[in-house]
Each structure stands twice: as structure tokens, then as C-alpha cells.
Design a protein around this ligand. Structure first.
Ligand SMILES: Nc1ncnc2c1ncn2[C@@H]1O[C@H](COP(=O)(O)OP(=O)(O)OP(=O)(O)O)[C@@H](O)[C@H]1O
Ligand SMILES: C[C@@](O)(CCO)CC(=O)[O-]
Length: 313
């Protein structure tokens, strides 16, 4: 018996890092996916295969004993086959580059939770999300849950840790150009650095959280009005906050400068420290923005919002 699920990656439009401390973020799912296939096997073992490696392992091991980036899949598989007499074969197929801020870990956890749990019965998207967040915590303890939420439900949404998500119903006519610095980051370690910044700059950080909250509320209004130019200005402002907390670097700044010249505004998306930036465009400046990045030999591509979210087959 086999089951299959796929989940989209994501872009954080506004509010990464501050969302870990309770501020509202705005994010969207993108049309790049991870597909996970899970199969029951008679041997009581867990086999995981992906483009980043393979793992063959007995069930019932402590998660702290597993030293592999495939750990979230082991967590999910081991949990689902508790007290069962079968093993699992899991295959991961990804269109999302890893460790660059596009939500590869969350898409893995959401598609993995859905494909594996479907082998033992139907469960709701809310339960899948809960399982996915548990799995993500095996690699990144302090997750806000924002990424797994948007990978599960898709679309454009606001999210905060206390109230969860709320879909933003407007369908803005913007295009996002993603530019990859090709410098991998570990979300966990960048979030750790921000925590240190916060502890050493308590008042400054709390003021930044307030400013980010105001910015996000302004953005929600602008989204209703489809005010793309205004959104660009807010992107530029949000990037300044990210510079202040120390998650940028020279390469990212160069990319953002190029983006700011041709698009409405550009900023880091996700953890930073490397990874991707995005530039906000519409039909009028999409091609020119892509051309400008390509002239400087940066890898870039445009993405659309994915409205489907988690899909099971
Ligand atoms: N193709 C894949 N196969 C298996 N595991 C993957 C794959 N892609 C991502 N992962 C998991 O996700 C981890 C990378 O997650 P990380 O949070 O550092 O980056 P990201 O999710 O791409 O970026 P961000 O959280 O900023 O959006 C990997 O170490 C691995 O555990
Ligand atoms: C940096 C962060 O805000 C987003 C990572 O994509 C961490 C999180 O929300 O869990």
C-alpha cells in the first residue's frame, strides 16, 4: 500500500524573525513543491530516500540519537508505526532548493506528515499541521509554526503564534522575483543569532517588534487596495529592520540594491544569513527586473502564489 502527498514552499513577505516573538507575519505559498511517497513494507524497518541522502534504520530509536537531516521523516515514520507490525519506505522528491528561505523543511514536514499518516487512516489538515510542526521541531526547536501553516493551507495569509492563521482573500496582481544567493543557511542557527541580538539589545528589539507590527497592519490595508507601489516601500522598510537585527550580508545587500532599482522593492525572505531575497514587480517591471539580475549573473526565477496548499493523492 502506497500514499503520496505534496506541499508547496513559501515566501515570507513581511515579518520573518519577529514572528518568532509573537509579531504577525504575512506569507504566501509558492508554486514549487516537495512530493513525498510512503509505502508500507513487511520488514519492520524505516527506509528514507531523498536527493540529499538515504537512511535505513530500526524503529524505536530516540530522536536525539539520529544524526541526519532526514530526521523529521524518521520522527513521523516512527510515530505512525508505533504498535504496528509493518515498516515504511519513504521517498522524497523536491523542487525546492534547501536552506535558502523557501520553506524546504516545512514542505518536507507537511508532505511527509500527510503521506505517512494517510497509510493508517484519514486525518484532517489541522492534525497534519500539528504533526508537521512536531517533525520540524526535531531540526528547529524554536519554529514559529508559520512556515508549516502556509505550506499546509496555501495562498496568502497573515499568521501569528497566538491566533494562528487567517487567509487574505485579495488576489493581488504582483509577481515575485526570487533571487538565490546560493549561500545555504541553517534556519536554526540564524534564529539563534537573532535571539542573542535580542538579549543584548532588549529595548531596541522590542521597539523593532512594535514597528514591524505597525508595518504589517499598514500592509494589510495596502493589500486590500492592491497598492503595489506602497507595498514596495514597506518591503524596503522591512528590509531595514532585518539589517538591524544582523541577518544580512554584503552579497544579499548587493542583490537587494539591484532589486530596488528595477522593482518596487526587495528584501530577504526567510531566515537570511544567506538564502534568497525577493523583488516585488508587476507586468510593467517583471522582465526588466529579471534581466538586471541575470546581467549580474544572479540565479533568479519568478514564482506565483500557490492557492492549493497540501495535496494528497
Ligand atoms: N530534498 C530534501 N530531502 C530531505 N530533507 C530535506 C530536503 N529539503 C529540505 N530538507 C530538510 O529541511 C532542512 C533544511 O531546512 P532549513 O529550515 O534550514 O531551510 P529551509 O526550510 O529551506 O529555509 P527556511 O526555513 O528559511 O525557509 C534540511 O536539513 C532537511 O532536514
Ligand atoms: C526565521 C523564521 O521567522 C522564518 C523561517 O522561514 C523562523 C520561524 O518563523 O520559525
Amino acid at each position: 500500500m502506497k500514499s503520496k502527498a505534496s506541499a508547496p514552499g513559501k515566501v515570507i513577505l513581511f515579518g520573518e524573525h519577529f514572528v518568532v516573538y509573537g509579531v504577525k507575519a504575512i506569507l504566501c505559498a509558492i508554486d514549487k513543491r516537495i512530493t513525498v511517497t510512503a509505502e508500507k513494507i513487511s520488514e519492520r524497518k524505516i527506509f528514507i530516500k531523498s536527493n540529499i541522502g538515504e537512511l535505513e534504520i530500526q524503529p524505536n530509536k530516540l530522536i536525539s540519537e539520529i544524526n541526519s537531516p532526514l530526521k523529521p521523516f524518521y520522527y513521523l515514520a516512527n510515530k505512525i508505526i508505533q504498535n504496528k507490525n509493518f515498516g515504511l519506505k519513504i521517498n522524497v522528491d523536491s523542487e525546492i532548493p534547501l536552506g535558502v528561505g523557501l520553506g524546504s523543511s516545512s514542505a518536507c514536514c507537511v508532505a511527509g506528515a500527510a503521506a505517512i499518516s494517510k497509510l493508517v487512516g484519514d486525518i484532517s489538515k489541522e492534525e497534519i499541521l500539528k504533526l508537521a510542526i512536531e517533525a520540524e521541531k526535531t531540526i528547529f526547536e524554536n519554529t514559529s509554526g508559520a512556515d508549516c501553516t502556509v505550506c499546509t493551507f496555501g495562498g496568502l495569509m497573515e499568521y501569528d503564534k497566538k491566533n494562528g492563521f487567517s487567509k487574505i482573500e485579495s488576489e493581488p496582481n504582483f509577481h515575485l522575483v526570487i533571487v538565490n544567493s546560493n549561500v545555504e543557511h541553517s534556519t536554526e542557527s540564524v534564529v539563534g543569532e537573532v535571539k542573542k541580538y535580542k538579549e543584548n539589545n532588549k529595548e531596541k528589539f522590542s521597539k523593532l517588534c512594535e514597528d514591524e507590527s505597525v508595518l504589517v497592519e499598514n500592509v494589510l490595508e495596502m493589500l486590500k487596495e492592491n497598492n503595489v507601489k506602497g507595498l514596495g516601500q514597506k518591503i524596503i522598510q522591512n528590509q531595514k529592520f532585518l539589517e538591524t537585527i544582523g541577518i544580512s550580508n554584503n552579497k544579499l545587500r548587493d542583490m537587494i540594491q539591484i532589486g530596488n532599482k528595477s522593482s518596487f522593492g526587495a528584501k530577504i525572505t526567510g531566515a537570511g544569513g544567506g538564502g534568497c531575497i525577493f523583488a516585488l514587480t508587476d507586468e510593467s517591471n517583471l522582465e526588466d527586473t529579471i534581466k538586471k539580475f541575470k546581467e549580474k549573473k544572479y540565479e533568479c526565477f519568478s514564482v506565483k502564489i500557490d492557492f492549493k496548499g497540501l495535496d494528497t493523492f
